[in-house]
Design a protein around this ligand. Structure first.
Ligand code: 13P
Ligand code: ZN
Length: 270
């Protein structure tokens, strides 16, 4: 058996949590990640039949039964993941229709998976139904997107159009736009279900006055989605109080989409 700490999925997870912390998106224990892995990726590093303990999930996710996930633990600080991956991360397999998670590695201090596990698992199920190659769900608290939810209309078409207008790259990176949930109590099945519903039509879901969820095929893509939206929100906050002398027009947004053969969210361009 190879050393699991040298496994590509662990080194990449460590790199991503450190990078997110460095971006200021994950103060204290803020943020959480779940990454769906294949058994073939794990088996060189781990006996997948050796269960450490069971963690009841409190929800059902039949379509994810038997799937493996690397997740961050609840209350764990992203800044500490690199120092002690085994304490701050957990590797598990969903069982019993999603009602239980069988811990196979990690959470060595007796810890539990992220409190946002319902939102993560329900989002995975929703995204996999749209894109069978979807693997990552990432949640964090980027300052500018969060700030924007205090001063901008939360209508998701209006919110997306503002972001698209802030940097030329935005519509290239998230033509599907950004969906928005009003403030809701976090860490519950209810916000999980609401997030998953929003994930059916976009890979980015803003939680007003809280943060953002992103979903993608790998960590880089998902990180990049959030990074691009957060950059646009930063530009917006820099200019929102100034007279607007220019913008990216709908015609220009359409030119970008046509040039790259992208389909912008239906009806979100004038
Ligand atoms: P966890 O520490 O449980 O992952 O929660 C952090 C968070 O961002 C809650 O929304
Ligand atoms: Zn959060």
């Amino acid at each position: 058996m190879n050393d699991i700490l040298s496994a590509p999925f662990l080194t990449e997870m460590v790199r991503t949590t450190a990078n997110m912390y460095a971006h200021g998106w994950d103060e204290r224990n803020g943020g959480n990640i779940s990454w769906m892995l294949d058994e073939s990726e794990l088996s060189p590093y781990l006996d997948v039949n050796a269960v450490v303990r069971d963690l009841p999930t409190g929800f059902e996710a039949p379509s994810l039964d038997g799937r493996y996930f690397l997740v961050t633990g609840t209350g764990k600080y992203f800044k500490n993941v690199a120092h002690d991956p085994a304490k701050n991360l957990g590797l598990l397999r969903l069982a019993d229709g999603g009602r239980n998670a069988r811990l196979l590695w990690g959470l060595t201090d007796g810890g539990k998976v992220t409190s946002e596990f319902p939102a993560h698992m329900m989002s995975h199920a929703a995204r996999l139904a749209v894109d069978p190659l979807s693997r990552v769900v990432l949640h964090c608290h980027p300052s500018n997107l969060l700030a924007m939810t205090y001063v901008h209309d939360l209508d998701e078409r209006a919110f997306t159009r503002t972001l698209w207008q802030m940097c030329t790259e935005c519509i290239m990176v998230f033509p599907d736009g950004v969906n928005v949930l009003p403030w809701m109590l976090c860490g519950t099945n209810e916000i999980g279900q609401a997030t998953a519903e929003k994930m059916k039509t976009a890979r980015l879901v803003v939680w007003a006055q809280h943060g953002i969820y992103g979903a993608g095929r790998d960590l880089d893509e998902t990180f990049g989605l959030i990074e691009t939206a957060e950059k646009a929100a930063e530009i917006y906050l820099k200019i929102a109080h100034l007279p607007r002398l220019a913008t990216i027009t709908d015609d220009q947004l359409r030119q970008i989409a046509d040039h790259l053969r992208l389909i912008p969210r239906d009806g979100w361009l004038d």
